[in-house]
Design a protein around this ligand. Structure first.
Ligand SMILES: [Zn+2]
Length: 390
């Protein structure tokens, strides 16, 4: 029976906290900024070593020369069809050298270190769930795939296509981003588009030949004001010009200027409409003679809740309650890979990872006592997917 063999997996998971912390310490103590591909690959190597004794082989997915993701598959026996995806990113926002300044440490009930919650604890959790499933062979469980990626923190430019190809194969996705400080999980997220606008002007000496100059910086200033006007907080649309640079010297009219822009939306209709208006602003010449171009350099689709994704949340919530824990659902303005999978129709739940807080700061922490229960909750939920009529 699924029930009995599942409980073998669950019982094994319940005594893994010391081993989970050991793996977490190893992973946190590897610098793995999104641009540090060697560091991220080292995290992949450590996972490979973890999986080997369970008879699980990692498959590497390359984009060009870069090892952009690794995956592992635990075969199930379910005829109900589509596999389950346990997803997570191995990169962090912290620069190389951060680990030597503040390595992994435990203080009371919390663990600290770069990326400890976002999301190395989630990676550890998923790895242990997959290992636990090897003890549940010959059950009615669906196939379960673990996917570990390299660049979520910068918009998944390399791993996006890999995630998309998995999203099309699977029925359900558990994304192990950290649980919120309250323990809540995430059932909806804004979409985000990251753009660059490049403006060309014309250099001229600002004393001797002022009239010959065309200032790209002045053009940019007009455009920034126009872009700001696209924000509509009530509708969930925000446009943030987060970075600008330009110019050559104080006494030269600026031959070039550049802005980096972050657009957030609730849904795809808003995305398309606002992008169209941004393109108009880009095309408009506020200052004659300037030339402007706009490019999308990264994007997360919105994670729009569906009836099925809310049902998946309810199933998860009841399994978490069965082991004495509680979670509500939350919407987040932040983007994640869950937007990629849900926009392709995979029924998705996000922030199933261990509970933490202060993400992307030196005070980031994970609550140690949540690692095992959050793992057990995902295990129990995925085991019940076939019975739940999904
Ligand atoms: Zn994250």
């Amino acid at each position: 029976m699924t029930q009995d063999i599942l409980s073998t997996s669950q019982q094994w998971l319940e005594i893994q906290q010391p081993n989970m912390l050991a793996l977490l310490e190893d992973l946190v103590n590897i610098d793995s900024n999104s641009y540090d591909k060697a560091g991220v690959s080292e995290v992949f190597d450590r996972l490979e070593a973890f999986f080997a004794p369970f008879g699980l082989k990692l498959e590497s997915h390359y984009v060009g020369e870069v090892r952009a993701a690794v995956s592992v598959r635990v075969k199930g026996k379910s005829d109900t069809g589509r596999p389950v995806l346990l997803m997570g990113h191995c990169d962090t926002v912290f620069p190389k050298g951060e680990v030597s300044r503040r390595p992994f440490r435990i203080d009371g009930a919390r663990a600290y270190g770069p990326g400890v919650a976002d999301m190395k604890a989630g990676i550890v959790m998923n790895a242990f769930i997959l290992a636990a499933l090897t003890r549940a062979a010959d059950t009615l469980l669906p196939d379960v795939i673990g996917l570990f990626t390299c660049d979520e923190e910068i918009g998944s430019p390399l791993s996006k296509e890999i995630i998309e190809s998995f999203a099309k194969q699977v029925g359900w996705v558990f994304n192990a981003e950290p649980g919120r400080p309250s323990g809540n999980v995430i059932t909806g997220r804004k979409g985000g588009v990251f753009l660059e606008m490049d403006i060309e002007g014309k250099a001229a000496h600002s004393g001797a030949n002022f009239a010959e100059g065309i200032s790209a910086i002045s053009e940019l200033a007009h455009k920034v004001i126009a872009l700001d006007q696209l924000t509509d907080i009530e509708q969930g649309v925000t446009v943030n010009v987060g970075l600008v640079n330009g110019g050559q010297s104080v006494n030269t009219s600026a031959p070039s200027a550049k802005a980096s822009i972050d657009l957030r939306v609730f849904n795809l209709e808003q995305r398309n409409s606002v992008l169209g208006r941004m393109q108009c602003i880009c095309n408009k010449q506020f200052i004659t003679g300037t030339i402007s171009r706009m490019n999308i350099i990264g994007e997360f689709r919105p994670f729009v809740p569906t009836q099925e994704s809310l049902q998946l949340f309810e199933l998860y919530q009841s399994e978490l309650a069965a082991i004495g824990h509680h979670a509500e659902q939350e919407f987040s303005g932040g983007c994640a890979d869950s937007g990629v999978t849900s926009s392709l129709g995979a029924v998705t739940l996000c922030a199933t990872g261990p509970v933490g807080g202060k993400f992307h700061t030196p005070d980031e922490y994970v609550e140690i006592d949540t690692i095992v229960p959050r793992a057990v909750a995902v295990l129990r939920t995925l085991a019940r997917l076939p019975q739940a009529g999904f």
